[in-house]
Ligand binder design. Sequence first.
Ligand SMILES: [Fe+2]
Ligand SMILES: [Fe+2]
Length: 168
Amino acid sequence: MSTVDDITALILDDHAAFRRGFARLDDARDEQELLAIWDALALHLDIHAEAEESILYPHLVKHGDDGEDETADAIGDHNKIRDAIAEAKLHPVGSQQWWAAVGTARRENSEHLAEEEDEALPDFRRHASTELRAELGQRWLTFYGEHKNGRNLPFRDKDPQQYVADHR
Ligand SMILES: [Fe+2]
Ligand SMILES: [Fe+2]
């Protein structure tokens, strides 16, 4: 397995892109730049959560040492991030309310990335074979191809306990 095909490496690449995206907002010089950066970042965040919910967490919830709790936490975090993104869309870019919603998305995302990287992904790596990591990595890339620009993805919140019950 080359490391680029490993689903955990692909996820870490996205996480790094999110941190860079939020940092770029700090440097935007006008609303047009803010909008361009935010539109791409928000879409990427939404697609990433859907991809994890389709590909990573169905495995972790079944096989992780603490899979059910980690999964319920993650779905709850994804909901908070989705909600903040949806809230930002209700306000003019650059307005106080917009910055407040983007700030919430940033804070929730930073907390979530830490939990995912320090708890969920280590748990996953302990149980997933090299082959599975490559196979899920392949599915991850296919998912992004099939849902370019969020095509056919509803970006709806999911009930964490229901998700766990449906997938365990
Ligand atoms: Fe993630
Ligand atoms: Fe996540």
